[in-house]
Structures are given as structure tokens and as C-alpha cells.
Design a protein around this ligand. Structure first.
Ligand SMILES: [Zn+2]
Length: 98
């Protein structure tokens, strides 16, 4: 019984730290961009790092994400065809006017 209580205490400590809750694996995936760009607030970043330390799945995911980003960084973006740009602009205008 004591063992369970102690583990629960450690768990709840691990869940909230520096005022930020422990992110779930899904949230880690969502914030990966901001994390890689160094745009996460301090508390959240620390929780992120703790999650990565404890979760091999997310570490693997982060590694492959970084490789993908590196590869994309080497690709020169092609200009958007004018017809596509026009359609996109019309779509955005409609979206933000409604
Ligand atoms: Zn995870």
C-alpha cells in the first residue's frame, strides 16, 4: 500500500512541474515544431524534456521528425503556380470575411 502511495506521489509530482502539466504523447507531437524552434515557454519546455526522457516512443518520433525537417530544409521550394495562388487567395478571403 505504501509503495502505491509513494508511486502516486512521484507520479503527481511528475505530472506538474514549474506550473506546467506533463504533456501527453499527443501534445508532444503537437508542440514538436515549437520545441524544435525553441519557442516553448520555459515550464512547458522542461515538461517536454522530462517526457522525452521517460518516453522512448517520443524520442524516436522526435529523431525522425528532425531528420525530416533537415531533409526539407535542403529542398528549394518551388513557386506556387499563379492559378493556385489565386484560388488560395479567394478561399482565404471568403474564410476571413464570413
Ligand atoms: Zn511520449
Amino acid at each position: 500500500m505504501m509503495g502505491i502511495m509513494r508511486r502516486m506521489k512521484i507520479w503527481s509530482f511528475g505530472r506538474e512541474f514549474f506550473g506546467a502539466p506533463m504533456p501527453s504523447c499527443r501534445q508532444v507531437a503537437e508542440y514538436l515544431d515549437d520545441y524544435t524552434d525553441g519557442e516553448l515557454p520555459r515550464g512547458r519546455k522542461i515538461m517536454f524534456k522530462i517526457h522525452l526522457m521517460l518516453c522512448p516512443d517520443c524520442r524516436r518520433y522526435l529523431a525522425s521528425y528532425r531528420r525530416t525537417r533537415e531533409m526539407l530544409g535542403k529542398v528549394t521550394p518551388l513557386p506556387m503556380p499563379p492559378a493556385t495562388a489565386e484560388r488560395l487567395e479567394a478561399l482565404l478571403v471568403r474564410h476571413f470575411q464570413s
